[in-house]
Design a protein around this ligand. Sequence first.
Ligand SMILES: Cc1cc2nc3c(=O)[nH]c(=O)nc-3n(C[C@H](O)[C@H](O)[C@H](O)COP(=O)(O)O)c2cc1C
Ligand SMILES: [Mn+2]
Length: 474
Amino acid sequence: MADDLRAALDLLDAAGDLETVARPVDRAWEVTAVLDRLERDGRFPAVRFDAVQGFPGWAIAGNLFATRSKIAAFLGCAPDRVTETLAARLESPIDPILVSGGPAAPSQEVVLLGDDATLGRIPLVTHHERDAAPYVSLGVTIARDPETGRRNMGVYRYMQHGPRTFVPSLTSIANISDLFKKAEERGVPLEVAILPGVHPLLALAASYSAPTGTDELALAGGLLGRPVELVRARTLDLEVPAEAEVVIEARIMPGGRYPEAPFADMSRSYSRVKQGPMTEVSAITHRRNPILQLAFSGHPDATNMAAVCHEVAILRATRQASRGITGVHVPASGYGFHCYIAMKKRPTVEGRERGEQMNVMLAALGAVPQIKLIIAVDDDVDIYSDEAVLGALARRFQVVDPITRDQRILVIPAAKGASYDPSSFHREYPNSKLLMDATIRSDLTEEQRNGFTEASTVGADRIDLAQYLEERTR
Ligand SMILES: Cc1cc2nc3c(=O)[nH]c(=O)nc-3n(C[C@H](O)[C@H](O)[C@H](O)COP(=O)(O)O)c2cc1C
Ligand SMILES: [Mn+2]
C-alpha cells in the first residue's frame, strides 16, 4: 500500500471510521462547522469533504488524529499501545531515498509556477469565528539548516497574508526558529516546503520534538517501516515527498516582521497577535485530485497530534525515574496540559512507601514544559478513561493523608509552561504546576487496602440485555 494520505483515509474507511461529505461546502466556515457539530454529538470520525465550492477537483480532510484508535490504526497496534509503539519505532529511523526518472511524482502531477502559484488555488480553511485569516493549520514543513545542511521537519501554522504570502508562527521551542535565525544572520531567506496533506505518520514524525540535527523524515521512515520517497522540489534546493498531496514551495524572508493571529490555538482560545517573518510562495505543486488536510486546532484532532508525541517524551523520562511505569496518557480533555501516569509501585523490603511516584511526576514535568497537572495512579486504573482517573481521585485520594498527615499534592508555583495557556494569560512564564499522588499507599494493612475494593455485581458479564429489555418502539 502507498504511504499517502489517501491510503490512510482508505484504512479508516475500511474500519468504519470515515465519513464523506458529497455536498459542496464553503471552506470559509462549513468544514470546521461540520467537524464541530459532530464533536458536540460526541462523534469523532475522520471526515473527507469531496466537493469544495469554487475549487473543482479538491477535497479537504480533517479529524485524522481525533481519536487514539485512528492513530493506532495507522501504526497497526492496539489503542493502548500507541505510546509504546511510537517510542520503539522512533528509535529505529530509516533514511529517506531520492527517486527520480520515469513519470512525474504524484506530488508534482500539477505544477504552478510564477504568477500561477497563488494561494487562491488552494481551498485554505478558516477554522474559527475570530481567526484573522484562512490558515494552513497542518503545515508540515521541510527545511535545511543553513549552517550544517541537515534537514529538519516540523509542523507550524501559516496565516494567509496575501495572494502569494504567509506569516508563520515559529515559536522558540521549535528547531526551525534556530534555522531561520541562522539564515537571517546571513541575510538570506530560509527555503521551506510546506506539505498540508501527507501520510499521518509523516505528520506525527514532524510533530515529534526531536533533538537539533535529527532528520525527522528518517523518523517518519521508522514509523512507516520503510523509507519515505523524495523528489526534488521545483524552485528550492530541497527534496519533498513524492506522495504528498500538495507542496507549497516558499521562502521565509529575513528582515521584516508582520502581525500573525488571532488564531484559535491548541487551547481553543485565540492566541494574541504575534510578529512573524514574511513567507513568499515560489511554486505550488499537487496531485491531480488533491486532498488538503487540516488540523482542527483546539480540538482533539490537533491536540492528539501533539499529545502522543509528548507521551513518548514522558514515557522515556519516567522510565528513567522508575521501572514501574505501565502507561502515560496526555488526554485530549486537558488540551495537552494534563498527564495521567499509571505505575506499579514497589514497597521497600520493610513494606513501606518508597515515594517513587513523586520522582516519576517530577521527571514528567521536566520532559514536557506544557504539562501543568499530573495525576499518578496505580496500574489497575484505566488511564485512557477520564472517568476512571477522576474516579480514582474521588475514591483513593485525600490532599492530606488522614493517617500520616503527609501532603499528597505538590505545587510548584513558577516554572515554564505552554505559551498558549489562557489561564496564564498566554505567557509561558510563570506557569504553576500541580502534582497529585492518587496511588494507594504501599504500607496499608490488608484491611485498609480492602476498603478500596470496587464492588461488582454477581452476574453483569453473563447478562444479555436483549433478553431483558423491550425493544423500543420506533
Ligand atoms: C497541529 C500542530 C500545530 C502546530 N503549530 C505550531 C506552530 O504554529 N508553531 C510552532 O512553533 N510549533 C507548532 N507546533 C509544534 C511543533 O510542530 C513541534 O514543536 C515540532 O517538534 C517542531 O519541530 P522542529 O523542532 O523540528 O522545528 C504544532 C504542532 C501541531 C501538532
Ligand atoms: Mn527538528
